[in-house]
Ligand binder design. Structure first.
Ligand code: AP5
Length: 220
């Protein structure tokens, strides 16, 4: 299964990608997580990426494409992958298609998770992420057992820099302008499925599974 998960910030792409990756035994490939790893390394490249991310802007395509290309070449991605947060614009989608084509591969589906803006603001303001294992929580909808501590690895939970209200508004604007056109792009290719992202996370997962029915691998 080679799947793209599309959707605005806070739609639940990361939450769903992680669940599906476990179910299918293929990796979740998150461009946001790859970029945050580069930022943590405190290199010149990391500082450049952070300067875009902190403003809610897209990081230049060249850097993102390099990170994704390196990640998809790893052995665990041979069986398939779930792309979360990539592609983010038509240029990235075309580069992905070209890279897959060169390898004799193709995407199976692009699933857009649809969530209204007011729900997004609630989700993002309560999100907490583990600094060690990237597990995700929400202070109200999915709280950790002990506040500020990851249930899975005991790591410290933090709030992302780009989850400040003003930056979230900018990220929503960037989504509308740069990423939403991908719905038409994948629609024209006959790959698009749209799924309601509101409701319990396991209900959203069921909707995605039903949208990819026919191409999904058997559960792991
Ligand atoms: P990225 O990390 O990709 O962020 P994003 O797309 O803005 O998405 P989020 O991670 O905010 O949300 P999500 O949809 O994964 O939701 P989540 O599951 O966390 O990108 C960050 C930045 O990196 C970008 O702004 C850009 O600068 C740069 N970047 C990344 N990719 C790039 C690219 N390809 N090109 C250029 N630049 C790029 O859920 C959110 C919260 O809601 C959580 O707390 C969760 O617990 C909760 N939640 C999830 N589902 C539900 C539900 N059903 N009900 C209630 N709560 C829920």
């Amino acid at each position: 299964m080679r799947l793209v998960l599309l959707g605005p910030p806070g739609a639940g792409k990361g939450t769903q990608a992680r669940a599906l990756a476990t179910l299918w035994g293929i990796p979740q490939v998150s461009s946001g997580d790859l970029l945050r790893t580069v930022v943590r390394e405190d290199s010149e490249l990391g500082r450049e990426a952070a300067s875009y991310m902190d403003r809610g802007q897209l990081v230049p395509d060249e850097l993102v494409l390099k990170l994704i290309d390196e990640r998809l070449r790893k052995k665990d991605a041979r069986k398939g992958f779930i792309l979360d947060g990539f592609p983010r614009n038509v240029m990235q989608a075309e580069a992905l298609a070209k890279g897959l084509d060169k390898a004799g591969l193709k995407l199976d589906k692009a699933v857009a998770v649809i969530v209204p803006d007011e729900e997004i603001v609630k989700r993002i303001s309560g999100r907490r992420t583990c600094a060690k294992c990237n597990a995700m929580y929400h202070v109200a909808f999915e709280p950790p057992k002990k506040p500020g501590v990851c249930d899975k690895c005991g790591g410290e939970l933090y709030q992302r820099e780009d989850d400040a209200e003003e930056t979230v508004r900018e990220r929503l604007k960037v989504f509308a302008e740069a990423t939403r056109p991908l719905l038409d792009y994948y629609g024209r290719l006959g790959l698009l499925e749209q799924v309601d992202g509101v409701g319990r996370t396991d209900d959203v997962e069921k909707r995605i599974l039903s949208a990819v029915n026919g191409v999904a691998p058997p559960p792991n």
